[in-house]
Design a protein around this ligand. Structure first.
Ligand SMILES: [Mg+2]
Length: 274
């Protein structure tokens, strides 16, 4: 069966060229029979879920829940969500499904579904910065999301505000946070987090533990915060794929979150569904 999934072929010297081709030849080369040696690591927003106007308005298709549940079992429990959202929020989003996870961009980790959520690093966002950032919500189209371990300023409803918000946030961080804080640019979101925490280090920790250890990590991610994972994959013997655009360290790119979901469905042996 040829899956209804297209992966953008990336040449080492031709990333993002208009003449990039789409071909099933560049599908991640695993199928359901091979999952005994694979650890599936999936970013959430923009990777397996379509982005929405606000983080709380994303939709989790029921077919995706089914795929994740099936693949979790077929990977022997070695399937984890790797997200900027807190794990508590992921649990609510995917309810009743509960999966191993890295949350808060690496600030939290849960190796097994029954484990408690463990904080890998103390929150570095002080109350002074909270108050300053809250002041940015002068425009109702700007949404401040307090993730507990990071602060996200969403301007999806007003993209033209991006440059001004960036200047203000950098000024606040320079004045208050110094080197302890990092400003990250995502898709119409600017995020402030501890510079000590990132998804790449958290994935490295995850892969040291059962049921992930000794498996080949296969990571899919779409945004700036995923770059740290792509950088660490060679050292873990893993492979990564990006979404919508070529990214350094990725072996290929899915065209959209819908294509990622279709591939996951294909891995389960079902016809793709969105
Ligand atoms: Mg993402």
């Amino acid at each position: 069966m040829t899956p209804n999934v297209a992966i953008r072929a990336m040449r080492a010297t031709g990333l993002n060229n208009d003449d990039d081709v789409y071909s099933d030849d560049h599908l991640p080369p695993w199928d359901a029979r091979d999952l005994s040696s694979v650890a599936l690591l999936l970013d959430v927003d923009g990777t397996i879920l379509d982005l929405a106007a606000t983080p709380s308005s994303v939709v989790v298709p029921s077919a995706l829940r089914t795929s994740l549940d099936t693949l979790y079992a077929r990977c022997g429990g070695a399937l984890a969500l790797v997200s900027g959202r807190l794990i508590e929020n992921l649990d609510l989003l995917f309810e009743p499904l509960r999966l191993p996870a890295i949350g808060g961009h690496g600030a939290q980790i849960r190796l097994r579904t029954d484990d408690p959520i463990r904080l890998r690093s103390a929150p570095a966002i002080g109350s002074a910065l909270h108050e300053l950032v809250a002041g940015l919500a002068f425009d109702p189209r700007v949404m401040i999301e307090d993730k507990g371990t990071s602060l996200a300023v969403h301007y999806r409803l007003a993209p033209e505000l991006g440059p001004a918000l960036d200047v203000k946030l950098r000024g606040m961080v320079d004045a208050l946070g110094g080197d302890a804080l990092e400003v990250l640019h995502g898709k119409l979101v600017i995020e402030i987090k501890s510079a000590r925490v990132n998804k790449g280090e958290a994935v490295r920790e995850l892969m040291r533990h059962e049921p992930f250890a000794q498996r080949t990590p296969v990571f899919i991610g779409d945004d700036t915060t995923d770059e740290a994972v792509f950088r660490n994959l060679p050292g873990l013997g893993g492979v990564g794929y990006s979404v919508e655009r070529a990214m350094a360290g990725a072996s290929g790119a899915f065209r959209s979150p819908a294509d990622v979901r279709a591939w996951l469905s294909h891995l389960c042996g079902r016809e793709p569904q969105s």
